[in-house]
Design a binder for this molecule. Structure first.
Ligand code: FUL
Length: 548
């Protein structure tokens, strides 16, 4: 084997490429307040799951075929799911197990006894802590990290989030605190702590050092997606998303792209999203768009207020798994006579069958220990008249490349690598027939408005024609317009607007442009939606707001 000219993965990264698919568990006070980002003033007393069962959560992960789970031990609201010695803002002061509980411990143990790995998420942004934004907070943050790194056995991944939305409770100050995310956290020091205490764990942040964000929260890697990337000038919370998504073919640093996405629109459980759980078909598509592009797939499973993964989500996971198992059960290539010819930096693999085979998925794996070498490659099939037709033209391979092609029946197939950095090293070729999978996604019931009036650039009034029951308001951010704070009011006549006012935050709209639902249960004819703060743009569009 020629020595690779470009970067190659560390041993730690190589192991992590093999994990490929694992889960996130977003659980905290938000589960009980119906928020995506808690403000930091939530009393620990509201954290009261009625039937928390770590084994059930782990069982749900295993049902899907996940290799590990990463728990939000502390999200932006600052509430700790373990009894930290460093704050009272934790499970210790909640009704959970009468204040003697430790969610981190229970989930960690359940993972180990089921034979999957465990990892932690510790939000750097802390909207509860009085010192956030000042140097003293960093001692607290690293102290918490030390607790997690030393008390819960071996961790496979430590997840550092890049979000910072500014305002928060901050020990009662209730103010805006912006930090310079290039300097404030002193990341190299924190990462070194992880290296010292958990040498085998991979470290995730927007920009590595082992695993990078894929630039969106939709679970979709670039096509192609290069492991190598140039992160000069980029920091957690401040990186070019398009670049994170695709990497740089000639980049100097190997960072594993990780596609994080939730099985529901939000990261936390909201009853109003019970009908918006991703279907098996949708999850399979995400698998092809992440693992199938050589990236890792991190799928979030949010426990509900009982502390369990709901049945709907479990049914989707089971459907997803059984479809993948059926698809990949038989590698048709194993029935072929295979012949390989290499000429310099190109290679042809011929697969000849005794009888015609029906194929609609092609898989290649590259021996990435020696770098990501393969550039362009083609898949071709021989028609009955002996002419070869191209069925796929692809850029890049990586740990695993899965390409859906139009269903093709032929006796001979071939894969041709036309461009590679050094000798192409193909480790595996697969030809499969993916069965049909109908999309069973159910549409959320909507209330249709008779008319919508735009009162001002940031204010809409819906007239439903008659008083009807409204169970929620769904807001869909767009690229150019994103509301981060809203106010809702309801009325039965154009005059009596007092009946109910709901206000709040659409947390995380910058990173996740997924729809967010404000649950309510109001009977009204008129509904007024007002943006009280825009994160992007300065007006709202009627089509972005729906009543449920
Ligand atoms: C983001 C956070 O702001 C979200 O709440 C969520 O935790 C997601 C995985 O990362 O940056």
């Amino acid at each position: 084997v020629e020595v690779p000219s470009g970067p190659s993965p560390s041993t730690r990264q190589l192991r992590h490429h093999e994990r490929a698919f694992y889960g996130f568990v977003h659980f905290t006070t938000n589960t009980f307040t119906d928020k995506e980002w808690g403000f930091g003033d939530e009393p620990p007393s509201i954290f009261d799951p009625s039937a928390f069962d770590a084994d059930q959560i782990v069982d749900s992960a295993r049902l899907a075929g996940m290799q590990g789970l990463i728990l939000t031990c502390k999200h932006h609201d600052g509430f700790c799911l373990w009894p930290s010695e460093l704050t009272g803002h934790s499970v210790r002061n909640s009704p959970f197990r009468n204040g003697n509980g430790d969610v981190v411990r229970e989930l960690e143990r359940a993972c180990r006894s089921a034979g999957i790995e465990f990892g932690v998420y510790l939000s750097p942004w802390d909207r509860n802590h009085a010192e956030y934004g000042r140097p003293a907070y960093l001692d607290y943050y690293r102290g918490q990290l030390r607790e997690l790194l030393t008390n819960y056995g071996e961790l496979f991944e430590v997840w550092f989030d890049g979000a910072n939305g500014g305002d928060g409770y901050y020990g009662g100050a209730r103010e805006q605190r912006s930090i310079d995310n290039r300097t404030y956290y002193d990341w190299p020091r924190t990462w070194q702590m992880v290296r010292d205490l958990q040498p085998d764990a991979v470290i995730f942040s927007d920009t590595g050092p082992d695993v990078r964000w894929v630039g969106n929260e939709s679970g979709i890697a670039g096509d192609p997606c290069w492991y190598t990337i140039d992160t000069t000038g980029a920091w957690p919370g401040q990186a070019d998303r398009a670049r994170l998504n695709r990497g740089d073919c000639d980049g100097p640093t190997w960072l594993i792209p990780e596609c994080d996405v939730s099985i529901r629109p939000g990261w936390f459980y909201h009853a109003a999203e019970d009908e918006a759980v991703r279907s098996p078909r949708n999850l399979v598509d995400l698998y092809f768009a992440s693992v199938g592009r050589g990236a890792n797939f991190l799928l979030n499973l949010p426990p509900d207020r009982r502390g369990l993964i709901p049945e709907t989500d479990r049914a989707s996971l089971a459907g997803f798994r059984s479809h993948l198992d059926r698809t990949f059960a038989t590698n048709l290539a194993e029935r072929a006579e295979i012949e390989r010819t290499t000429a310099g930096h190109s290679m042809t693999i011929n697969l000849a069958f005794a009888a015609p085979q029906r194929v609609n998925v092609i898989e290649l794996r590259e021996r990435i220990a020696h770098g990501q070498r393969i550039g362009r490659w083609l898949a071709e099939a021989e028609r009955e008249d002996g002419r070869w037709v191209e069925i796929a033209s692809v850029e890049a391979v990586g740990a695993q490349r899965l390409i859906r092609v139009p269903q093709t029946t032929a006796k001979r197939f071939r894969v041709r690598v036309t461009d590679s950095r050094g000798e192409p090293l193909i480790e595996h070729v697969g030809l499969y027939l993916e069965p049909d999978l109908a999309d069973t996604a159910t549409e959320v019931r909507r209330v249709h408005a008779a008319s919508v009036t735009q009162l001002s650039p940031v204010e809409l009034v819906f007239d439903l024609g008659a008083a009807v029951r409204v169970r929620g308001v769904r807001y869909m951010p767009s690229i150019a317009r994103r509301v981060s704070r809203y106010e809702l009011s309801f009325a039965t006549t154009p005059e009596n607007w007092s009946s109910a006012v709901l206000s709040g935050e659409f947390g995380n709209v910058m990173a996740n442009a997924a729809p967010q639902i404000v649950p309510c249960d109001v009977t009204a004819r008129y509904v007024r939606f007002r943006a009280t703060r825009m994160a992007v743009g300065d007006d709202i569009e009627p089509k972005h707001v729906e009543l449920l």
